[in-house]
Ligand binder design. Sequence first.
Ligand code: CUA
Length: 197
Amino acid sequence: MAIRPPEDRLWWKQPLHRMELVWVTIAFLWGLVMFFTMIVWHFTGKQNLSNEAYRTDPATYAAKTEAMAAQYKVREEGTTGIPVIHPPAGSDVYLLGRTWEWWPILELEKGQSYRLHLSSVDWLHGFSLQPVNINIQVHPNYDMVLTMTPTEAGEYTIVCNEFCGIGHHAMVGKIYVVDGAAGGAPAAPAQAEEGEE
Ligand code: CUA
């Protein structure tokens, strides 16, 4: 069988079978559909992420995240010991991925904008925000910044969607979106005055 070359050495010169032509055509047209969908979705999908990124390193990024967490911690999540952070509206918010957790838990205000920084302190992870389905790769040594404005209050789950080892499936995190500053947060620091009307 396939161990020997075909009898007819010029097999590729035979005319295309009709069925094959049909499938090649379907595949080609479908490829075009998907290609143009990609372009249309870029403008209509409202899912474009910022392409703002900076060089960083794990130690620097972890230090920034820990400083923010220490400053704006409002409580701990149940008995997990994971801090819940309520940063001021409009501020720079840091979230880090590491084996195997998203840290810390964030509490944001509906209708306010934040500069969400994302980075990993070990290797590649995938930030996937559910149920809204926003996905972005999270690399070590890169600080990706997304400017985001939560539009609905609720509890959002972050899952990891890049395989990162034995605990990958358990790598989850959380973002709370609350109505106004009333999410059990202490008064926001003075700088919030300007933007709050
Ligand atoms: Cu982190 Cu999978």
